[in-house]
Ligand binder design. Structure first.
Ligand SMILES: [Fe+2]
Ligand SMILES: [Fe+2]
Length: 276
């Protein structure tokens, strides 16, 4: 069975005229007569871009959320309002308030922009788990990802409180795994757990160390240069065929990945599509 993965929301757009970019991420996975939406962007571009790409989200039944950040969950309300109720897979911690705290003393709310009950009133049916599980035919969610590498220290500006004293542990951060004949296909939201932690856990969970494609946000754009350097060296062992980084990878880290892995690197902007 083949899956088509199409990026609906991302920071930048590709060659499909009329599509729009926003800081956020959403990917549609389609197979046979079914589909799953992985993240929803922040809410400004999901429906517009889906229509522009002839993707019918009314038929969609299921949504999986990588974590609670607004730029991955904000599209839920417009989706539910326009396309009807959906089952929503994720970790219960997607509901936590969360913030970016800057050294200027400024803080920005980054959490899920709507109360759970409000979304339920619009047809959301939440299905929470922190465990590895199959959520649709042949599509798995990682569950909570163990932190094993010592260099993936993450984004030091993200907190659970407005005053910036409790670092956000991102226990809710999950990725999708689609095992295929070519190897694993791994879809990332922001990958706050760390790219290498996530790849190692996916290999452990599936018993497969062949990774065919990695698609989505790596958050390397918000981490230290040392983390980027060590991630690049650790990535070499995986021999990934397609490294389609986007969103919070940022321009500089994406340019570095392109330089280090020229044959594998692809830019997963709005309209990027791959059949696996
Ligand atoms: Fe993000
Ligand atoms: Fe995030």
């Amino acid at each position: 069975m083949n899956y088509r993965i199409t990026i609906l929301c991302e920071n930048s757009v590709g060659s499909i005229s009329g599509t729009l970019g926003e800081h956020g991420f959403s990917a549609l996975v389609e197979w046979e007569n079914s589909s799953l939406l992985f993240d929803t962007g922040q809410g400004f571009t999901l429906l517009h871009n889906a229509q522009r790409m002839n993707k019918n989200l009314h038929q969609l039944q299921d949504v999986a959320l990588s974590h609670g950040h607004y730029d991955h969950t904000g599209g839920l309300l417009p989706l539910l309002r326009t396309c009807g109720g959906k089952r929503i897979f994720g970790h219960a911690d997607i509901l936590l308030p969360r913030y970016r705290y800057k050294d200027t003393g400024e803080n920005i709310s980054l959490g899920l922009p709507y109360p759970k009950e409000y979304l339920e009133g619009h047809g959301a049916v939440f299905d929470f788990s922190n465990q590895y599980r199959e959520i649709c035919k042949g599509i798995y969610m990682t569950g909570q990802v163990p932190r094993n590498t010592d260099f993936e220290t993450g984004d030091s500006g993200l907190f659970l409180d407005v005053s910036g004293t409790v670092r956000d542990p991102f226990n809710d951060d999950q990725s999708l795994i689609i095992p295929t004949e070519k190897g694993l296909v791994i879809l990332l939201g922001c990958c706050h757990s760390g790219l290498i932690n996530t790849l190692e856990y996916a290999a452990l969970l599936t018993g497969c160390s062949d990774i065919y494609a990695v698609i989505g946000g790596t958050h390397l754009g918000y981490c230290t240069g040392q983390q980027l350097d060590q991630t690049v060296s650790a990535l070499r062992k995986w021999k990934i065929t397609k490294l389609a980084a986007s969103h919070c990878t940022g321009f500089n880290a994406a340019a570095r990945l392109k330089q280090e892995f020229p044959a594998a690197f692809q830019s997963a902007h709005v309209g990027y599509s791959i059949v696996v």
